[in-house]
Design a protein around this ligand. Structure first.
Ligand SMILES: Nc1ncnc2c1ncn2[C@@H]1O[C@H](COP(=O)(O)OP(=O)(O)O)[C@@H](O)[C@H]1O
Ligand SMILES: [Mg+2]
Length: 246
């Protein structure tokens, strides 16, 4: 289970992100970057964050701990900025918390080199999850404690915005990928990661998504049916993903 905490204070918005994530303190004395359920793209973005973040972690790709953050609408009503107030009030209840990495900075591909094995594994993983959000312009990688951390998987698994056209054989265009130029051992990444993407692993990650974010999904008979669809999709894609990276 993901840790479940309660927000005690809204600190500040992170204006750089499109979806207005914010820094929030919680009753466990933790500080989180919170992705709000009431933001424009809705709860599917949070589902993608959990499934992909928890898969990355289990494939030994560093990613911050995730938590479910309960938000009392009272915290929103105290907020002077109207846009933020609306967002917080619309997000009363469960939201997604990403453990804040203090002092981290964004990976800059013009300044930093990436390890060949690591870069290849990240590209392979992004191809698996259809992640188009790790580009030169928008790396979504943080450097912290001498490691490179994967963040922001909200745009991955985008087939879930229209399940009927979901295609596990869809090619992945890696030409824009921030680590593409370092990723010259995709065969090695495939050999290392493919056998680890098992039904059991995928089910473990999908089980961490709260039922209420999967309820009433059109075309599905309840949260477990949606989980199964994610698992089946990724399990079908994993063995062929190497050949789909363009
Ligand atoms: N766990 C974290 N620790 C420190 N900074 C973070 C963390 N997560 C996100 N950030 C910062 O906030 C920005 C926006 O977060 P991100 O997850 O990329 O959301 P968005 O979907 O809005 O792009 C990131 O580019 C990064 O600078
Ligand atoms: Mg981002």
């Amino acid at each position: 289970m993901l840790e479940h905490v309660t927000a005690t204070r809204y600190v500040t918005p992170l204006r750089e992100g499109g979806s207005l994530p914010g820094i929030v303190e919680a009753d466990n004395l933790g500080t989180y970057v919170v992705k709000f359920r009431g933001a424009g793209q809705g709860r599917r973005v949070l589902v993608a964050e959990i499934i992909c973040g928890e898969l990355a972690r289990r494939l030994d790709l560093p990613t911050p701990d995730l938590a479910l953050v309960d938000l009392d609408p009272e915290i929103g009503r105290r907020e002077p900025d109207e846009e933020i107030q609306d967002l917080l009030v619309a997000s009363a209840g469960l939201n997604l918390g990403v453990d804040f990495l203090p002092g981290s900075f964004g990976f800059d591909p013009l300044v930093w080199k990436a390890d060949r094995e690591f870069a290849s594994r990240v590209v392979w993983f992004d191809a698996l999850i259809h992640n188009v959000d790790r580009s030169w312009r928008n790396p979504n990688l943080l450097v912290w404690h001498r490691r490179t951390w994967l963040i922001d998987h909200g745009a991955a698994l985008w087939f879930h915005h229209n399940w009927r056209t979901a295609d596990a054989s869809r090619p992945f265009d890696a030409s824009d990928h921030v680590l593409g130029m370092f990723a010259n051992d995709l065969d090695g990444a495939d050999a290392a990661l493919r056998p680890r993407v098992t039904r059991e692993l995928l089910e473990t990650a999908a089980a961490l998504v709260p039922d209420e974010w999967l309820a009433d999904e059109p075309g599905f008979d309840g949260p477990d049916a949606v989980r199964e669809a994610y698992v089946d999709h990724l399990l079908t894609r994993a063995p062929k993903v190497r050949g789909l990276i363009k």
